[in-house]
Structure formats: structure tokens, C-alpha cells
Design a binder for this molecule. Structure first.
Ligand code: GDP
Ligand code: MG
Length: 441
């Protein structure tokens, strides 16, 4: 039992504020994780600076070690940056709502047009797909095939008229949408392998002709370090309201999401995750943060440790522990229950400093044992729990009968309680146990 308590205590210790050393050590790891996720270097620098700023002066958590605490802050900042302005499509007051797609060739614009149309149909909209990519011979056919699969009408230039004018097609499509009662128009545009002026000018001309309600910048999540330049070029050349990340089904860790968000401050609205029409979802910042950070185990552990060591519980308990005298059988029971709550995460506890012993203990704790202890304590009067010294022979017999246990169980429990309290007094008197640091005062 004393081992078990030792572990609980070390979970409760307080070290004041997070130190620069704690923060720097973890920040180095985060930096590597972000670079590995292909977040652009200047973005990594700015992000780390922001995290350090927030972590500095933060009170040390009682549930987490400093490294975990910094990781937690990093995760929260990531989610906040990625999702700060998450929003859905803004529909026009007077239909049709015009959505224009822009991005490099191969980014996934045409595929996305089909997906977006499918998604809108499911929401009872009546979209119209517009083929304004007349650069490549196959582009129109590709959109028509997608439209057919999605069961959505496609507006395209008449075949056989030579190369049409994408600006005129876009302009005409709006008129057509009005006549045919389409409430959303999705305009697919041409891209180039690299950024070039002609492509930008064409996109800007289409934009000026149809004045879209939403311009979505479609970008391949695998773009990596180039994300910064490409996003900046599109932001300057055409401007956009939101971002769609594609090919998230690949192994890219998606650092581009953070880079683009940081550079353009535009919300990431949708995520594309495959070649099928329904491989598509609204963007989930928390999932993306986890993917970029790639510290799933640690994040899970942090969540569970925090849930278990409810901050208030811990603070109250820490106050009690500081002066063994106030420690009652009620606290004793509460503490054991806290240990029991850790049960399912026992195997993860080894990752937390000073928790190894607790993990070993947990595998030894018998649930029936705990239930018996709980039953005994609950069969006591409040006075007995507050001051167990008054528990004499006749009280012991009454408690045993009330809890369905033996008199020996009751005396055993009371003895263990006094041992634990003695240990606590020793600790508060001097120095604490080895390796425990000071107790909270
Ligand atoms: P566009 O040039 O921007 O119109 O790009 P396309 O829509 O033609 O897509 C280029 C290629 O990427 C095609 O082979 C698509 O099937 C594929 N693609 C598009 N989106 C995704 C996605 O989310 N995941 C995967 N795996 N492939 C995609
Ligand atoms: Mg295309």
C-alpha cells in the first residue's frame, strides 16, 4: 500500500512553473516532428516561438510531466491555428451560390468538383458543374464522367467549336443555372504544373466575370515545403476564401495544412481522401493536428492522465496530504478509487515518471479487495471516518456486520490507514520520500 501511495503522491507533486529547460527540451522534439511533417521552416520557427511564449510561466500540471504538458500545449495551439475559423460554405442570399476552384494542375480540382457536387446533393442542393478548364482536351470529358456518376448536370462548351473561352463559359453558366434552377454553381478551372502568369490571369478573369461567393484553393497535401510559395502565389494572383486539402489518403503528414493556414490565414474547409466521390469530408482540425504531430500515443496518455487526475481532486488532496492530520478514511477511500480509475491505462503509466510502481501495483489490486475496503468504510459513521481512533471492539463488530466482512478485515483496514497517515506526517515533516521533490505547501 505504501508503494501505491508513493506513486499517487508523486503524481500530485507540484514543481511551480514550467522551466525554460523543460520547454526547450520538448520544443526541440516538436521542431523535428514538424519538419518531418513537411511544415515549412519559417512556419515551424514562428509556431515554436508561439508555443514557447505560451508555455513559459504556465503552472506545472499535477497530472502531467513537463514534456507532456508542452506537447499538450503544442497540440492545442495546432488545433487552434488549423481550426480557428473553420466554417462551411457561405451560401449567397440570392441563388445561385458560385463556387470557383483554383489550384495547380493535378491538385485534385476536377475530382473535388464531383465530390463537392455529391456532398451538396446529399444536402438537398441542386448543383451545376461547370467545365471552365479548356486547356487540356480531356478535362471536359473528365468532368462529364464525374457529373454522370454523381448524377449532376454539367455545363460545358459545345463540342466542335475549337478551343472555347473559359471566361465566357463561366459567365454563360451562371445564366444557365438561373434558368434551370440550380442553386449552386461549381466552376472547375485549369491549372498548370507550376505557377504561371497566364494561368493566374485566366483564373482572375473568370473570378471577375462571375464574382464567386467562394473561391476555394485546392492543394495536394503532399506538396510539402512548396506549399508556402504556391499558396502565396494564389493568394496574390486570384485570392481565395478557403482551402481544400486533397490526397490525405496518402502518407503525407500534412504539414502543408499548417504552412498554408499560417501564410494565408484562410480556413481549411474540406479534406479529400481518395479517388471515389464520397472520399470527402469537412476538415477536422483535431485529426489534422494529430497527424502533423504524429504523437498519438502521447496524446492518448495525456488525455487519460488528465481525465483521471481531475485537477480539483488533486489540488484538494494535495492540501490534505500536506498535513497528515486532516487525512480521513473518506480521503483514503477516495484515493483508492482514484488509483482504481487508472486501471485500464495501467500499461501506459510506465511512460510517466514515478508511475512505474503504480502500474505494478495496479496489476496487483484486486477489484474485490477494493470493493471490500469501500464497503467497510461506507459502513462507518461520519464520526468514525473522520476520527478512526474511536473505532473500538463493538464498533468493529457493527461495521463488519454492516459491510458483510470479518472483524479482522475491519481492524486490518484501520491499521493500514494509520500506517499511511504516519507516513504522510513524516513526509510533510521533512524532505519527503527519495526522488519526490518537495510537497506542495
Ligand atoms: P486537377 O488537375 O486539379 O483537376 O486534378 P484532378 O482532379 O484531375 O486529379 C488529379 C489526379 O489525382 C487524378 O488521378 C485523381 O484521381 C487524383 N486525386 C484527386 N483527389 C485525390 C485524393 O483525394 N486522393 C487520391 N488518392 N487521389 C486523388
Ligand atoms: Mg482538372
Amino acid at each position: 500500500l505504501s508503494d501505491r501511495l508513493t506513486s499517487v503522491f508523486s503524481g500530485l507533486r507540484s514543481k511551480g512553473r514550467l522551466s525554460d529547460a523543460d520547454i526547450d527540451a520538448t520544443a526541440r522534439e516538436i521542431r523535428i516532428a514538424l519538419l518531418e511533417a513537411d511544415v515549412a521552416l519559417p512556419v515551424v520557427r514562428a509556431f515554436i516561438a508561439r508555443v514557447k511564449e505560451r508555455a513559459r510561466g504556465e503552472e506545472v500540471s499535477r497530472a502531467l510531466n513537463p514534456a507532456q504538458q508542452v506537447v499538450k500545449i503544442v497540440n492545442e495551439e495546432l488545433i487552434e491555428i488549423l481550426g480557428g475559423e473553420t466554417r462551411r460554405i457561405r451560401f449567397a442570399k440570392t441563388p445561385p451560390t458560385v463556387i470557383m476552384l483554383a489550384g495547380l494542375q493535378g491538385a485534385g480540382k476536377t475530382t473535388l468538383a464531383g465530390k463537392l457536387a455529391t456532398w451538396l446533393v446529399a444536402q438537398r442542393n441542386a448543383p451545376l458543374l461547370v467545365a471552365a478548364d479548356l486547356q487540356r482536351p480531356n478535362a471536359v470529358t473528365q468532368l462529364q464522367v464525374l457529373g454522370e456518376r454523381a448524377g449532376v448536370a454539367v455545363f460545358a462548351p459545345e463540342p466542335g467549336n475549337g478551343v472555347g473561352d473559359p471566361v465566357q463559359v463561366a459567365r454563360d453558366s451562371i445564366e444557365h443555372a438561373r434558368r434551370a434552377n440550380h442553386d449552386v454553381v461549381i466552376i472547375d478551372t485549369a491549372g498548370r504544373l507550376g505557377i504561371d502568369e497566364e494561368m493566374m490571369r485566366q483564373a482572375a478573369d473568370i473570378r471577375d466575370a462571375v464574382r464567386p461567393d467562394e473561391i476555394l484553393f485546392v492543394v495536394d497535401a503532399m506538396i510539402g515545403q512548396d506549399a508556402v510559395n504556391t499558396a502565396q502565389a494564389f493568394a496574390d494572383g486570384v485570392g481565395f476564401d478557403g482551402v481544400v486539402l486533397t490526397k490525405l489518403d496518402g502518407d503525407a503528414r500534412g504539414g502543408a495544412a499548417l504552412s498554408i493556414r499560417h501564410i494565408t490565414e484562410r480556413p481549411i474547409m474540406f479534406a479529400s481522401t481518395g479517388e471515389k466521390l464520397d472520399d470527402f469530408d469537412v476538415f477536422h482540425p483535431d485529426r489534422m493536428a494529430g497527424r502533423i504531430l504524429d504523437m498519438g500515443d502521447i496524446l492518448t496518455l495525456i488525455e487519460q492522465a488528465e481525465r483521471t487526475f481531475d485537477a480539483e481532486d488533486a489540488a484538494r488532496m494535495a492540501g490534505k496530504l500536506a498535513s497528515g492530520d486532516d487525512f480521513t478514511l473518506d480521503d483514503f477511500l477516495e484515493q483508492m478509487m482514484m488509483v482504481r480509475k487508472l486501471g485500464p491505462i495501467g500499461n501506459l503509466l510506465g511512460m510517466m515518471p514515478g508511475m512505474g510502481q503504480m502500474r505494478d501495483q495496479i496489476s496487483n489490486i484486486d477489484d474485490k479487495d477494493l470493493d471490500r475496503v469501500a464497503a467497510i468504510i461506507r459502513s462507518m459513521t461520519p464520526g468514525e471516518r473522520q476520527d478512526p481512533k474511536i473505532i473500538n471492539g463493538s464498533r468493529r463488530a457493527r461495521i463488519a456486520a454492516g459491510s458483510g466482512t470479518q472483524i479482522g478485515d475491519v481492524s486490518g483496514l484501520v491499521t493500514r490507514f494509520f500506517e499511511a497517515r504516519k507516513m504522510m506526517k513524516q513526509m510533510s515533516a521533512g524532505g519527503g520520500l527519495p526522488g519526490m521533490g518537495g510537497l506542495p505547501g
